[in-house]
Write a protein that binds this ligand. Structure first.
Ligand code: NAG
Ligand code: NAG
Ligand code: NAG
Length: 367
């Protein structure tokens, strides 16, 4: 009897121990599951993860942290192991400031797309309430904006250009972000190596081959595939063994495992439900082609600089005053007018009036 007990104990210990070393981890009450190719630095041996994929737990509320060399710490919102994508945000809530100094050259991560954005520094008193600024980089005297259109940025001659640099994006930008404050959306980065999509798609988990650390193997995910037979085997042994300790240990193990599974699926459900409603807002805004734009009325300002309709003395796009001989173009429906260079650039990206947001009807010009 004693011997059977010992065998059972050793068996359980081996199973739990082997799983434990590299099994999934979670920081505190965070929802991010850490597993291969990631590992929890300091708590799991090197061979549980892939180089460059070390995470740590930190902060008062125990957040999952990724350190990007030369770019500092980011908090991890989510990891999608199937798509090989990690979603990051700035602990201080100012991702644009982090993007200005982001350097991914020494990390395994990259963005799916890049788009050049020009950062502008403008007097706050002029741009206030007119344009979307990057709040966390602005103060009472200076406001910072970002534009994906270098032409528009250059046209805004009351502002000075800080820098133009490629900003990592997870999807091709719809050019409606002409003056963007959307740079505060989470940073989504992907990785190509190690490539575990096929393994993940089959329900497995990648891992390093212990006999050859260069080699990546696909293991059955103990949580889904082998849990059944393995647990049955342990139960059979446990039933045969009279030791109560063994069964208690087993029960504890199964309990913890099912709690973990429930928690994971609850998290997943919660995430799915928060993602869904966000979609409608991001429908692509189509721009107009040049021939449609050309049908809108163009005027050259005289010495009086008087504009038709409800228009001020300043172009709402570039915020510069109108001058005699400036070429102006007006949107037919609402009669809002702009420098023709400014509005042409805008209409190529988005078919709405920048001031009132009404769409010029597409056929209007040709009628
Ligand atoms: C990024 O960091 C590397 C050093 O790892 C450096 O050589 C490179 O110039 C940096 N790139 C930028 C854009 O700062
Ligand atoms: C960004 O601008 C640089 C320099 O003008 C250019 O070489 C690069 O191709 C641009 N990148 C993108 C993604 O447009
Ligand atoms: C606002 O920011 C600018 C540039 O970042 C700085 O030069 C200026 O001193 C700041 N002004 C105040 C009132 O903080």
């Amino acid at each position: 009897m004693e011997i059977l007990n010992i065998i059972c104990f050793s068996f359980l210990f081996l199973v739990v121990h082997a799983r434990n070393e590299c099994s999934s981890r979670i920081c505190g009450k965070d929802t991010v599951v850490i597993r291969f190719p990631f590992r929890l630095q300091g708590q799991q041996p090197q061979n549980c993860g892939y180089p460059g994929f070390d995470l740590s737990c930190g902060g008062q509320i125990s957040k999952t942290i990724l350190n990007i060399p030369y770019s500092g710490d980011f908090w991890v919102r989510d990891i999608n192991y199937l798509l090989q994508e990690i979603q990051l945000y700035d602990p201080n809530g100012c991702l644009p400031s982090r993007l200005l100094s982001l350097n991914l050259s020494s990390s395994p991560f990259m963005a799916a797309y890049y788009k050049n954005f020009t950062f502008l520094s403008c007097p706050t008193e002029i741009v206030r309430n007119q344009l979307t600024t990057i709040h966390c980089l602005s103060n009472s005297t200076t406001s910072v904006l970002a534009s994906s259109s270098i032409n528009l940025a250059k046209a805004m001659n009351i502002c000075s250009i800080i820098v133009t640099l490629p900003i990592p994006l997870s999807q091709p930008v719809q050019d409606d972000q002409w003056l963007s404050s959307n740079l505060n959306a989470d940073l989504r980065l992907t990785w190509n190596v190690p490539s575990c999509e096929d393994c993940e798609a089959k329900g497995g988990i990648c891992g390093i081959d212990n006999s050859n650390s260069e080699q990546i193997l696909c293991f059955d995910n103990p949580r889904t595939v082998k849990a059944g037979p393995l647990v049955l085997l342990i139960i059979a042994v446990a039933l045969a063994a009279p030791g109560v300790t063994c069964s208690v240990g087993l029960l504890f193990y199964i309990c913890m495992e099912s709690r973990r599974l429930r928690r994971q699926s609850a998290n997943r459900a919660a995430q799915n439900s928060t993602i869904a409603p966000a979609q409608p807002g991001t429908s692509p805004a189509a721009g107009l082609d040049d021939s449609s734009i050309e049908t809108y009325r163009k005027i050259v300002l005289g010495e009086s600089r008087r504009l038709p309709g409800p228009n001020g003395v300043m172009c709402p796009i570039c915020l510069a005053d109108y001058h005699p001989n400036d070429t102006i173009r007006c949107i037919p429906e609402c009669e809002h007018c702009y420098h023709s260079d400014c509005i042409d650039e805008w209409l190529r990206m988005q078919n709405t009036c920048p001031v009132c947001r009404n769409s010029p009807s597409p056929n209007r010009g040709s009628m």
